[in-house]
Design a protein around this ligand. Structure first.
Ligand code: GRF
Length: 204
């Protein structure tokens, strides 16, 4: 167990990316262990997924905290207590605080449902459909102080069809998300990612 990368996965909703990480770990293609799943939404289906796989989970509701600082302090404490080495944001609908970034510098990943830097923020798929682009996709990136601005690790291109709705495009993109998130985590686990300024280099 000693050589398994210790993950903390932060979710707010369905948790299908969490599921793809669990599946890759269980089939042995990703040498990692999910030490803790944390949700800021008590009703997130991702919590049920964690339970099904006997993964420890915690629910942190913003309304239970005096302020954002206290919430983030608790989040950091839980992740540290579980010895987390890489934090995975998987549909976590909160802005990451500077204290959190400092505590896990270069060790927080996010997945976004668009080809960044296009369509950052909420509803990346809707933005792509409304803009009329012919291709969109998904991006795994390291998290920095901006919203969806950190160094890019992997991107996957997906066509946008004439009759696409936000939902149909989201479903096509999600399939690719489920492939590239585990891949990016594997590259990290294998020590193959090197961040130099804005760029991420994949060694060997
Ligand atoms: C995904 O589309 C991801 O790109 C975005 O939030 C969604 C999470 O989906 N950040 P799920 O909860 O993993 O199913």
């Amino acid at each position: 167990m000693a050589d398994l990368l210790k993950l903390g996965v932060l979710i707010s909703g369905n948790g299908s990316n969490l599921q793809s990480i669990i599946d890759n770990i269980e089939k042995g293609s990703l040498k990692a262990v999910i030490k803790i799943v944390i949700s800021n939404n008590p009703d997130a289906y991702g919590i049920t997924r964690a339970k099904k796989h006997d993964i420890p989970f915690a629910v942190l509701k913003s309304s239970d905290f005096k302020n954002k600082e206290d919430f983030d302090a608790k989040l950091i404490k839980i992740l540290k207590d579980y010895g987390v080495e890489l934090v995975i944001l998987a549909g976590f609908m909160r802005i990451i605080a500077p204290t959190f970034l400092k505590a896990f510098s270069g060790k927080i990943m996010n997945i976004h449902p668009a080809l960044l830097p296009s369509f950052p923020g909420l509803h990346g798929q809707r933005q792509a459909v409304e803009y009329g682009v012919k291709f969109s996709g998904c991006t795994v990136h390291f998290v920095d102080e901006g919203v969806d601005t950190g160094p890019i690790i992997i991107q996957r291109v997906v066509p946008v069809l004439d009759d696409d709705t936000e939902e149909s495009l989201a479903a096509r993109i999600l399939k690719e998300e489920h492939k590239i998130y585990p891949q990016a985590i594997k590259l990290f686990a294998d020590g193959r990612l090197e961040i130099k300024g804005r760029k991420v280099f994949i060694k060997n």
